[in-house]
Design a protein around this ligand. Structure first.
Ligand code: SPV
Ligand code: MG
Length: 548
């Protein structure tokens, strides 16, 4: 991308120099000013030495190092897609420094460089120009030739700037130098003048007679009508310092007003909005990219909630709605789960309903209905959701509330199947059959997490002389290959006559039997499931404190 862009921009700069029409480029001195110049319609940028020094707050005397200049120009290259001609002063040294400069500029996507025939460290042409010493012609020609020989892109341009008029010499000297520089390989000649009239450059252009493209900088002779330049067959005009100067005026004005008034009312309407700054920075592009690359990965994440049952023990409250719609501290359980998943970047939620499923609002979720809910168990509901499976999903009961970190740790797991086991809450409330988890090791409460695998899930104790390692809380994450494992186990189990009575425990045990590793993450409390009126009260308290 950068290579192509560089290529097009170098040829665009070359085309500007060779154009039959008078072309214009504008000064810029950092990324945002480069973008502003481009948006204004300019087809090229002058990375002015004066402006670059000024934005660093230093003098135009090579006080900023050449690498500091190049670093800033790189930001400019990134901020726009028009060619940049760097004001390379004297090339920052001799022919050897020039060679390295050209190579670095090419690498960073700069389209050309202008060097002036003065001595390092240079001084701005408008500060006692007539006292400035010019470079030896042969030495300067060597610099041009060295630069041309080191470029790898044929279209990279080297502009030779003749300072003869600035230093008090006449047109003959200016022409002598320009011709030598042309012969040394310069792609164009910049003829500079500090006169307030265009007389010198007009005379020069006349004598020059189109031997090579001609570039001018009308900073001092700014009142000259542009037609005069056109008629003189100038190729390129550089408006050399007008963005730095206008920004200085604006900044001085704003600073003074704010200092004086001690509030912002005076200035607010006259300055760019923060939104405009965001726009110039390309904030929108980042938001779109986040959707594609960052949130996008989470967007594929799906949560599937099993919520088909009425819920035994809560019959009075669930006469007209399923358990998942019971209000917990004023908000339905389902609404709370949707909020929690959203908070963790999961917008994609499927709910397998059954009992009174019509009361589940299906605007924000995908509602899947298990019509046989009255006579079947959880695996039948899960089978109904098979078409909605994703390669990255959280499967869970719809009657569980949990603290945010529980879901986070599940999402951070890179295993195919991961389940959450509570090693602390071993006793169960009435009306439920806990899913006891037997694992490859007990919870050692290690700070760094353990590598524990599930061995079995059971309602009763199934280990002689030892209790289980905890309770599965009804949450699992399925990732990558894990989806295939689940589908395979579901298919196998669905062949059994007993399938209608099977629940999630049967699936987990089948996966273990199939040799599929199921990673266990231990937690210690911090979740709640709703199986009784008492649970509902506890859930309200829990929601108020932890699961907002
Ligand atoms: C610059 O913009 O830094 C220039 C042009 O070199 S001038 O300031 O006119 O010399
Ligand atoms: Mg300069």
């Amino acid at each position: 991308m950068l290579l192509n862009q560089k290529k097009t921009n170098t040829s665009k700069l070359k085309a500007l120099l060779l154009s039959d029409n008078l072309e214009f480029i504008l000064e810029a001195h950092n990324g945002i000013s480069a973008r502003i110049a481009e948006e204004a319609g300019f087809s090229g940028i002058w990375a002015s030495g004066l402006a670059l020094s000024a934005q660093y707050g230093v003098r135009d005397n090579n006080e900023a190092s050449w690498t500091q200049v190049v670093d800033m120009v790189e930001f400019m290259v990134d901020a726009c897609n028009i060619p940049i001609l760097l004001d390379g002063d004297t090339g920052y040294g001799n022919f050897n420094n020039m060679r390295r400069l050209v190579r670095k500029l090419e690498q960073r996507g700069v389209s050309g460089v202008c060097i002036e025939d003065k001595l390092f460290p240079k001084t701005n042409s408008f500060i006692s120009g007539e006292k400035q010493e010019l470079a030896n012609i042969d030495e300067f020609c060597g610099k041009i030739a060295a630069g041309k020989d080191s470029q790898t892109d044929d279209d990279f341009c080297i502009v030779a700037r003749v300072e003869a008029y600035i230093a008090g010499w006449n047109t003959a000297e200016a022409l002598r130098r320009a011709e030598a520089y042309r012969k040394a390989g310069a792609d164009a000649i910049l003829i500079h003048s500090a006169h307030s009239e265009a007389d010198q450059i007009i005379e020069f252009a006349h004598e020059w007679a189109g031997r090579a493209p001609l570039v001018i900088v009308p900073t001092k002779y700014y009142s000259t009508p542009t037609k005069v330049f056109r008629d003189a067959k100038i190729n390129l005009v550089i408006w050399a310092n007008h963005l730095i100067r206008s920004s200085v005026t604006a900044m001085q004005d704003t600073a003074r007003k704010i200092q004086l008034k001690e509030n912002l009312v005076e200035v607010e309407d006259d300055i760019a909005t923060v939104k405009e700054i965001f726009r110039l920075q390309g904030a929108e592009e980042l938001q779109a990219a986040e959707k594609q690359y960052f949130l996008g990965t989470k967007r594929d994440l799906k949560a599937i909630l099993l919520a088909a049952a009425q819920g035994s023990g809560l019959e009075n409250l669930t006469a007209d709605r399923p358990k998942v719609m019971l209000p917990v501290n004023g908000k339905p359980l389902l609404g709370r789960l949707i909020d929690q998943f959203k908070k963790h970047g999961i917008d994609n939620l499927a709910v397998v309903g059954g009992y009174k499923h019509e009361t589940i609002p299906s605007k924000k979720i995908e509602l899947i209905v298990n019509d046989l809910h009255a006579t079947t168990g959880e695996l039948t509901s899960l089978l109904c959701a098979k078409k909605s499976f994703s390669d990255d999903m959280v499967l869970m009961y719809g009657d569980v509330l949990f603290r945010g970190y529980v879901l986070r740790s599940l999402l951070e797991s890179d295993r195919e199947i991961t389940i959450i086991v509570d090693s602390q809450m071993l006793e169960s409330s009435t009306n439920e059959t806990p899913d006891y988890a037997y694992c490859s090791g007990p919870d050692d409460r290690s700070l760094w997490g353990q590598d524990i695998l599930l061995q079995q899930i059971s309602e009763q104790s199934c280990r002689e002389n030892s209790s289980s390692d905890g309770r599965w809380i009804g949450m699992m994450r399925v990732h990558g290959e894990g989806r295939k494992w689940i589908e395979e186990a579901l298919d196998q189990l669905s062949e059994s006559k007993k399938f209608p009575s099977f629940d999630m425990k049967d699936l987990l045990n089948k996966l273990v039997l199939n040799g599929r590793p199921i990673r266990v993450i231990y937690i210690h409390g911090h979740w709640i499931n709703v199986n009784s009126l008492h649970d509902l009260e506890r859930a309200s308290e829990f929601a108020a404190n932890h699961a907002k």
